[in-house]
Design a protein around this ligand. Sequence first.
Ligand SMILES: Nc1ncnc2c1ncn2[C@@H]1O[C@H](COP(=O)(O)OP(=O)(O)OP(=O)(O)O)[C@@H](O)[C@H]1O
Length: 219
Amino acid sequence: MIRFENVGLRYGMGPEILQDLTFHIEPQSFQFLTGPSGAGKTSLIRLLFMSLRPTRGLINVFGRDMSVISKQELPALRRKVGVVFQDFRLLDHLTTYENVALPLRVAGKDEAEYRSDVIDLLKWVGLGDRMHVLPPVLSGGEKQRAAIARALITRPEVLLADEPTGNVDPPLARRLLRLFIELNKLGTSVVIATHDIALLEQVDARRMVLAEGRLTIFD
Ligand SMILES: Nc1ncnc2c1ncn2[C@@H]1O[C@H](COP(=O)(O)OP(=O)(O)OP(=O)(O)O)[C@@H](O)[C@H]1O
């Protein structure tokens, strides 16, 4: 589904922070991406989301070579990849409902088509009663779940989550993990970047470990 071959990344003239990354993200798979702070987890998430291009190597996304994908094709391809950033990136002037519906609105869909899907998804992540409030009044965990719902509304084939439990207490972290596992059982591939050891210990999943620019995989 997503394939990296000898991928390297450097920012500007800096050192190569990712070196010779070779791996596959298989359909319906579940993996943790881990490693010390600064190891390059967020950079790898950005490569997977196609918001960053590698400085060398090959990335193949859903059968397409990323180096030849045009700007026009990118939005449709990105809709297959849901992403939850560390800082959520919710728009403060839109309600929770409107934030979650935004990717569909941008894609030109009619509200009548998606309204019930957005409401169902908000209920699924436990925000059924927070739909009409603005993000500034949401708690950290509620924002986190709104960002997850927004990432899922396009029914992506892969969900990327960068430190999804970074701002929540342990019970909510366990609940979010259950949500990701349920999502994976429904057929979505999941990649969770984290250094939350407690989270890692709860699931016997594939681990992709980044250290000093290199990736080691424990299946
Ligand atoms: N836009 C950028 N320009 C220059 N250097 C960058 C940029 N983004 C990240 N880096 C550098 O790349 C390295 C990897 O950063 P990255 O954020 O990917 O790591 P991380 O593993 O996600 O870290 P953390 O766990 O602390 O979030 C760091 O040395 C960082 O300073």
